[in-house]
Write a protein that binds this ligand. Structure first.
Ligand code: EPU
Length: 293
């Protein structure tokens, strides 16, 4: 089958998704494609549609749990240079969907632009962070957005103003599109102050979260007015292990992969956590991570 004829970007088959997730878990994607530019992206969308191939978009794979059986469709990654551009105009930042937050935030800092410091340390791309409305307790990436340029799955490009987008806690309705790039409003500050704020967020994260072992960040959303990590901790579950999936000793809302964890180990551990928290506090925890079954 040569349905992918005409693609300009990198196309692979049977690509192991564990190589593309921060959890280091996940079986093979039947097809894996990194389009070179928006035209290539549009072509790939029309060809998968014509051939009825399911499609999923991946960023840095930092907030997903991929099945051990992989995905029998095409995984798309906006990793070519044309999707990773970063540009500044006065205090506005324009960043491509595939750009890493860990590149964008220090670049803003070098120019003395403030507002994005809290995103430092979140292991994601601009596109993934927008779709998930990534953030820390009191701050969300949505707060900075001016507009977002997207492509729908029929290949049409549009620009959505912030008011056109529904952002929620770790969610947005951007998931029905492919994010191409976005404009963010920052404010002028001094390099020194921005650097100091970045360091503060980094220290907090290092002190409280398990960053040395593969994980997908926080597994469950925080219930209103509470912390999932605190509840799981109070159930005495730190260190609980199924296979090589283990509840972090440092932050109970992190499940870490201590070797060769499988998705099914993580799912079992998640069920156990939900059961225990429900029994003890009568609270239903909802997953924050996306599960690709
Ligand atoms: N706590 C415990 N035990 C634990 C973990 C936390 O008692 O094992 C307590 C802490 O001592 C603190 C409270 O729970 O009093 C809140 O903990 P923390 O400040 O770590 O924040 P969180 O609510 O657990 C949220 C986000 C994180 C984000 C941090 C930092 C969610 C689900 N989590 O965590 O986001 O990094 O705030 O601001 O919204 C993520 O989304 O993947 C993520 C890690």
């Amino acid at each position: 089958m040569n349905w992918q004829k005409g693609f300009k970007g990198k196309f692979r088959t049977q690509e192991f998704l564990k190589e593309h997730t921060t959890f280091k878990i996940g079986g093979p994607a039947k097809f894996f494609f990194e389009p070179r530019d928006t035209e290539d992206l549009r072509l790939s969308l029309s060809l998968v549609k014509k051939n009825r191939i399911p499609i999923l978009v991946i960023g840095t794979g930092s907030n997903i749990l991929v099945s051990d059986n992989g995905f029998k469709g095409m995984v798309l990654r906006l990793n070519a240079p044309s999707f990773k551009k970063i540009a500044f105009k006065h205090s506005r930042l324009k960043a491509g969907s595939g750009a890493l937050l860990s590149r964008v935030v220090p670049k803003a800092g070098e120019l003395g632009l403030s507002g994005a410091e809290f995103l430092w340390g979140i292991p994601g791309t601009v596109g993934g962070a927008l779709i998930m409305n990534a953030g820390v307790r009191e701050k969300y990436i949505a707060d900075l957005v001016e507009d977002v340029r997207v492509m729908d799955y029929d290949g049409n490009i549009k620009i959505l103003k912030k008011s056109d987008i529904k952002f929620g806690y770790r969610s947005s309705d951007l998931s029905k599109y492919i994010v191409l790039n976005a404009t963010f409003n920052l404010v002028k500050s001094s390099k020194k102050e921005v650097k100091a704020r970045i360091a503060k967020y980094l220290t907090y994260r290092r002190d409280t979260q398990d960053l040395s072992l593969p994980s997908a960040g926080c597994v469950f959303k925080n219930p209103k007015g509470n912390s999932a990590g605190r509840l799981i901790d109070l159930c005495g579950l730190k260190g609980k292990r199924i296979g090589d999936a283990c509840i972090s000793f440092k932050h109970a809302n992190f499940i870490v992969n201590i070797g060769n964890a499988r998705a099914k180990d993580v799912l079992k551990l998640m069920s156990l956590i939900r059961r225990e928290v429900k029994n003890k506090f009568n609270i239903n925890l909802k997953p924050e991570i996306k599960i690709w079954k």
